[in-house]
Design a protein. Structure first.
Length: 218
């Protein structure tokens, strides 16, 4: 959950599109777009969660289940790799908060964020935000899915829904910030000031997950 909260792609896209949407249209319309942007994030998270759940249900629980002996070690290795990547490469080496995306993709997202015209655009932008950060979030969906499969005393659907809901929490935080009087420049200065803290927390959380998974493997 901490990793999902501190990842910066979806909130970064949101701050840009909300700033331009509220400038071109009324605050009410910008708020309306925000709802559909978050719905896009939620739908994407739910789809990935269900796909991963279905895949691992067939692998580990069905009659054709495979050996899970090596699985924790593979996941631990992925978490260690993501810990290193997130600390050194999640933010590009610059004075601003440019992320890991290529220049072409970043430029496309920036142009799209500035040109939101209707609800469907906002919804598709939410889907795109989830898609481009999947390299960092897919292992988390796998870990959560396997954990949910082990729980029988609580409805699994509710646990999955609660986890998917976390993906919109950063957007909610920035949405409240806008309505509290902050503007895009204020938020960007805050992100620049705290980007080392963000990447450190993300890296440490991945590393903690790696050690936890390795302990489970032993």
């Amino acid at each position: 959950m901490l990793i999902q909260v501190f990842l910066q792609l979806s909130p970064s896209i949101f701050t840009i599109f909300y700033h331009y949407a509220s400038g071109k249209k009324s605050r009410r319309v910008a708020d309306d777009f925000t709802i559909f942007y978050m719905i896009g994030l939620e739908i994407f998270a739910a789809i990935i969660f269900m796909l991963v759940y279905a895949a691992f249900f067939n692998l580990f629980i069905s009659e054709n289940n495979i050996s899970t002996t090596i699985f924790p070690w593979i996941m631990a290795g992925i978490m260690i790799a993501l810990s290193i990547v997130s600390f050194f490469f999640y933010f590009k080496k610059s004075r601003d908060t440019k992320l890991f995306l290529s220049r072409k993709v970043a430029s496309k997202l920036l142009a799209t964020s500035k040109g939101i015209k209707n609800r469907s655009d906002a919804f598709m932008l939410g889907l795109a935000a989830g898609t481009f950060e999947l390299i960092f979030t897919l292992p988390l969906y796998i870990i959560v899915t396997v954990a949910v499969m082990e729980i029988d005393s609580f409805p699994r659907q509710i646990l999955g829904f609660l986890y998917c809901l976390i993906t919109t929490l950063p957007t909610i935080i920035y949405f409240v910030a806008f309505h509290s009087g902050y503007n895009l420049a204020d938020i960007e200065r805050s992100r620049i000031k705290n980007k080392t803290f963000f990447r450190t927390i993300i890296a440490l959380c991945y590393l903690a997950l790696a050690f936890l998974i390795m302990n489970m493997g032993v």
